[in-house]
Write a protein that binds this ligand. Structure first.
Ligand code: KIV
Ligand code: ZN
Length: 514
C-alpha cells in the first residue's frame, strides 16, 4: 500500500455549502489556483448540475488546473452525471464523483427507494460515469449509519462497475475515531475487490471529531482524505486540510505517511479562503488561528526565549507565517508594504496590490499606528470587493440627537453609478434604506449586524459583519474601514452581492435517480 495520502479538497463544493457562504466565478478561480499551489491532489470544483454558475465554475476550474485532478459532484442521476462529465471535459485529469445514500434512514425517508433499487442505481450511475471518464469516485452518503452487510455489497458493486475511489462519508458527523477506523478496516477486509480501489474519508465536524476520525481511517488503510481549508462546510464544517497535513507531518513517528501538501502555503490558503468567504478563522483554531503561535503566560514566554521547541511543536515558518519587526505607518512605501503582505501570507495581483496600497496610505493618514490586524482587515476587505457587481462609491451620513438621521449613498451597479438620499431611525438604518432603494431586494431580511474594532484605540478600524437571508438562503458580508458607516455599507453590499450569486442556484433535491 502506498504511503501517500491523497488530499481531496472540497472547499469549492462542500465548503461552499456552508450556511452564508457563496463564491463567484473569479473567487473560485482564485481559490483553485491557490489550492494547486498548496499541492492538493484533487479539487472538487462544484456540483455542475446545481446551476449554470456552478457548471461554469467547474468548467473554468477544469481548464485552469495544470496538476490537480478536477472533480464535479453528481447524484445517481443520468442528468447529473452527463452535466458533470461536460463540466470536467477540459480537465487534464477529470473525475466524476457520484454518490447515493446507503443508510436505512436516508434510503427510506429521503430517497423513497428499497435497498435493491439503491444497489441498481449504484451500478447504473458508476457505469454511466465510466462511459465519460476513467476516474470515477463513488460515495456512500451516510456510510457511518449504514448496515455493514449492505454497505459492503454496495462498495463491491461500485468497484465492479468501475469506481476507482470509494468514499465512506461520516455525513452527519456521528462517528468516533474507533468506530470510523473500524468501519474502514472491516470494509477493506471483507469487500472481495477492495484492493482495486482507494478508500477515502469524508468527515463532518458535528462532534468536533472530523480530523481525528479522518486520521483513524487513514491508520485503517484509507489513502484519500476529503477536507476543506479552515474546515468550512455544512453545519459544523468538514475536516480541515491544514490540520490533517500538519498532523501527518508533525506526528510522522506515529503516522508514517505523507501528503503532497506544501505546508508553507497553508497560511496563504487560509487567509484567501477566509477573505473570500467572509468566514473569519477563530483565534484559537489549530494551525491557522491568530493565537496558534502566540504565547501569553510568563512561564511560556520564558521557555520560548530559551528554546522555541519548549512550547511549539512546529514552527510558524513551516505553515508559511513569517514575523518581523517591520512597523508600518504613513512613511512606509510600496516595498515595505509588499514585504508585510508576504509576511502575512498574501500574494496580490498587481491591481489588487495597488488598490490595497492606496487604502493602506489612506488608513495610515487617519491612524497613528497601523497594526498587522489592520492590514489583514484592509486586504481581506479589498479581496472581498474585487469582483462584486455592486460596489460602494461614496457614503455620507448625518447623525446626532435630532433625527431622523439621513444618508446619501452612491453605488456602482454593473458599471453604472446610482445615488440615493434616505432617512432612517439612526444612521445605519438610513444607510441600509439607501441600499434597498438603489438595489431593491424586499424579500431579503437583515438577520444580523455586528461591529467590532480591529484593534484598540478610538482611531481603530471597524470590521462589520452582516447576515442576510432570503428564501432559506443566507449570505454573510464583511466590510472594514476606519469609518464605521463606510464599513457598514461595504458589509451590507458584500452580503447583497453574494445573495445575487445564490439566487441563480436552483435548490438541488436528493431524489433525482437513475
Ligand atoms: O457529507 C457527505 O456525505 C457528502 C457527500 C456528497 C460526499 O458531502
Ligand atoms: Zn459532506
Amino acid at each position: 500500500m502506498t504511503d501517500t495520502i491523497l488530499i481531496f479538497d472540497t472547499t469549492l463544493r462542500d465548503g461552499e455549502q456552508s450556511p452564508g457562504c457563496s463564491m463567484n466565478l473569479e473567487e473560485k478561480l482564485q481559490v483553485a489556483e491557490q489550492l494547486e499551489a498548496l499541492g492538493v491532489d484533487i479539487i472538487e470544483a462544484g456540483f455542475a448540475i446545481a446551476s449554470p454558475g456552478d457548471f461554469e465554475a467547474v468548467s473554468e476550474v477544469a481548464k485552469l488546473c495544470k496538476r490537480a485532478t478536477v472533480a464535479s459532484l453528481a447524484r445517481a442521476a443520468s442528468g447529473d452525471i452527463e452535466r458533470a462529465a461536460e463540466a470536467v471535459r477540459h480537465a487534464q485529469r477529470p473525475r466524476i464523483h457520484t454518490f447515493i445514500a446507503t443508510s436505512p434512514l436516508h434510503m427510506r425517508v429521503k430517497l423513497g427507494k428499497s435497498p435493491d433499487e439503491v444497489l441498481e442505481a449504484i451500478d447504473a450511475s458508476v457505469r454511466l460515469a465510466r462511459n465519460f471518464v476513467e476516474d470515477v469516485e463513488w460515495s456512500a452518503e451516510d456510510a457511518t449509519r449504514s448496515e455493514p452487510d449492505f454497505l459492503a455489497r454496495a462498495i463491491e458493486i461500485a468497484i465492479e462497475a468501475g469506481a476507482r475511489t470509494i468514499n465512506l462519508p461520516d455525513t452527519v458527523g456521528y462517528a468516533t475515531p474507533d468506530t470510523y477506523g473500524a468501519m474502514f478496516r472491516d470494509m477493506i477486509n471483507r469487500v472481495p475487490n477492495a484492493d482495486k480501489a482507494i478508500f477515502s474519508t469524508h468527515c463532518h465536524n458535528d462532534l468536533g471529531l472530523a480530523v481525528a476520525n479522518s486520521l483513524a481511517a487513514v491508520m485503517a488503510g484509507a489513502r484519500q482524505v476529503e477536507s476543506t481549508i479552515n474546515g468550512i462546510g455544512e453545519r459544523a464544517g468538514n475536516a480541515a486540510v491544514e490540520e490533517i497535513a500538519m498532523a501527518v507531518r508533525v506526528r510522522h513517528d506515529v503516522i508514517p505517511l505523507r501528503t503532497n501538501v506544501v505546508s508553507t502555503e497553508i497560511t496563504r490558503s487560509s487567509r484567501l479562503v477566509s477573505a473570500i468567504t467572509g468566514f473569519q478563522v477563530q483565534p484559537n483554531k489549530a494551525i491557522v488561528g491568530a493565537n496558534a503561535f502566540a504565547h501569553e503566560s510568563g512561564i511560556h514566554q520564558d521557555g520560548m526565549i530559551k528554546d522555541a521547541s519548549t512550547y511549539e511543536i512546529m514552527t510558524p515558518e513551516s505553515v508559511g507565517l513569517t514575523t518581523s519587526n517591520l512597523v508600518m505607518g504613513k512613511h512606509s512605501g510600496r516595498a515595505a508594504f509588499r514585504q508585510k503582505l508576504e509576511e502575512l501570507g498574501y500574494s496580490l495581483g498587481d491591481n489588487a496590490f495597488q488598490d490595497a496600497f492606496a487604502r493602506f496610505k489612506e488608513l495610515a493618514d487617519a491612524k497613528k499606528t497601523v497594526f498587522d490586524e489592520d492590514i489583514i482587515a484592509l486586504v481581506d476587505d479589498e479581496v472581498l470587493r474585487g469582483n462584486d457587481r455592486i460596489q460602494v462609491k461614496e457614503v455620507e451620513v448625518y447623525c446626532g440627537t435630532h433625527g431622523p438621521q439621513r444618508a446619501v449613498l452612491t453605488l456602482e451597479l454593473d458599471g453604472e453609478e446610482l445615488t440615493a438620499a434616505t432617512k432612517g431611525n439612526g444612521p445605519v438604518d438610513a444607510l441600509f434604506a439607501a441600499i434597498r432603494k438603489l438595489v431593491p431586494h424586499e424579500g431579503a431580511k437583515l438577520e444580523r449586524y455586528e461591529v467590532h474594532a480591529v484593534t484598540g484605540g478610538t482611531d481603530a478600524q471597524a470590521e462589520v459583519s452582516v447576515l442576510l437571508s432570503e428564501d432559506g438562503r443566507t449570505t454573510r458580508g464583511l466590510g472594514a474601514h476606519h469609518d464605521t458607516m463606510v464599513a457598514s455599507a461595504r458589509a451590507y453590499v458584500n452580503a447583497l452581492n453574494k445573495l445575487l450569486i445564490k439566487r441563480e442556484r436552483a435548490p438541488v433535491h436528493s431524489r433525482a435517480m437513475m
